[in-house]
Design a protein around this ligand. Structure first.
Ligand SMILES: *Cc1c(COP(=O)(O)O)cnc(C)c1O
Length: 353
């Protein structure tokens, strides 16, 4: 037996590492990245900003300027607290670390896999509750699971990944008011959704929101935020590692996230493209396309595995979910640029011809 096998926690040895597929030279429509590069006219100014960064010094520990920039970008009221993370993934982990030994994390399924993985890493219990056949919250099953398992944390992605829909608002509010858990609404896709729970933070002390800049054009920055009541954020901040937002991210985000018009314009393009992509997919015989309020579309396709491989062979990478529970024959495609989407559609159409 090797050293590490002898040494490592057995539950960690037993899991499969989170797999990020190779994507060199591929058209990447698998990870909800934005297709838009930095506009040419901003590059010079951006580089000047970067050149000014004091890389010999530690970053601003609380990233004050950046938090202000994010408040303005996302219209976050001054009386809410904002906690930054190295991606919202880090904030999911921070919330798990705030739990007691033996506590339970509850989420709905299918949803973002990190909720379950982080529960495992942090040795918490994890309880999934299945969505109904329309990928809507099964309220009675969820309320009964809350009663039975008394979770400490409830994660709900709004809109949900990988299904793309935003759940019924009344169902979510019923969950928030029926539990002593902290309810975390993960609004990673807020820029593409019709509604948000941001203002509900004032109403519900057990509600916090997660957001990220990853899905609005800046996945490479690794920057997420938790928004909640001020005293909630002050306490949770004790668990944050000092300097978790590095100088390059702070400086870059401070500059780039002030381009609110550019960010909004890009989001609008994605919404238009999402609508065309959805229409085009729906027009292909045999496919069923689910409604989306995110920058991706989930669809069911006969022989999904083979279609996924055909796309890959022709240089287009999407996400194959067909072996996940309740997602048989389901694929998820990120909304890309008009050219990328057109190529994707051409390949899918040709495949079924
Ligand atoms: C992509 C995604 C995230 C990850 O965000 P990062 O800020 O890149 O860590 C979080 N939640 C959901 C639901 C996502 O789809």
């Amino acid at each position: 037996m090797s050293f590490i096998n002898n040494w490592l926690r057995s539950d960690i040895q037993a899991i499969n590492a989170y797999h990020v597929p190779a994507s060199d030279d591929m058209i990447k429509l698998d990870a909800m990245e934005s297709p838009f590069p930095l506009p040419d006219e901003l590059i010079g100014q951006y580089l000047a900003y970067l050149a000014d960064a004091d890389l010999n010094r530690y970053p601003n520990p609380s990233a004050d300027e950046l938090r202000q920039t994010l408040r303005e970008l996302m219209d976050i009221p001054a009386d809410f607290g904002v906690l930054l993370g190295n991606g919202s993934d880090e904030l999911i982990q921070l919330l798990a670390l705030a739990c007691e030994t033996g506590d339970t994390i509850l989420s709905i399924e299918p949803s973002f896999v990190m909720y379950g993985m982080i529960a495992k890493f942090t040795r918490l219990n994890y309880q999934g509750v299945n969505l109904d056949d329309n990928f809507e919250i099964d309220l009675s099953a969820t309320l009964s699971a809350i009663k039975t398992h008394k979770p400490k944390l409830i994660f709900i992605a709004y809109p949900n990944n990988p299904t793309g829909n935003a759940f019924d608002r009344d169902a979510i509010e019923t969950i928030i008011t029926s539990t002593e858990a902290m309810v975390v609404l993960d609004e990673a896709y807020y820029a593409y959704a019709d509604d948000s729970f941001l203002m509900d933070i004032a109403k519900y002390p057990n509600l916090v929101l997660l957001r990220t800049v990853s899905k609005i054009g800046f996945a490479g920055l690794r920057l997420g935020l938790l928004i909640g009541a001020k005293n909630t954020v002050t306490e949770l901040d004790k668990l944050r590692l000092p300097y978790n937002i590095n100088t390059l991210t702070q400086v870059s985000a401070n500059f780039l996230l002030q381009e609110k018009d550019e960010i909004d314009k890009n989001a609008k393009v994605i919404l238009t493209e999402r609508s065309s992509l959805s229409t085009a997919l729906s027009g292909i015989d045999g496919l069923s396309v689910y409604p989306s309020q995110a920058n991706f579309i989930l669809f069911r396709a006969p022989g999904a595995n083979a279609l996924f491989e055909a796309l890959k062979t022709q240089g287009v990478l999407i996400k194959n979910l067909s072996s996940a529970p309740n997602l048989d024959n389901c694929l998820r495609v990120t909304v890309g640029s008009a050219e990328e989407n057109a190529l994707f559609i051409t390949i899918v159409k040709a495949y079924y011809d």
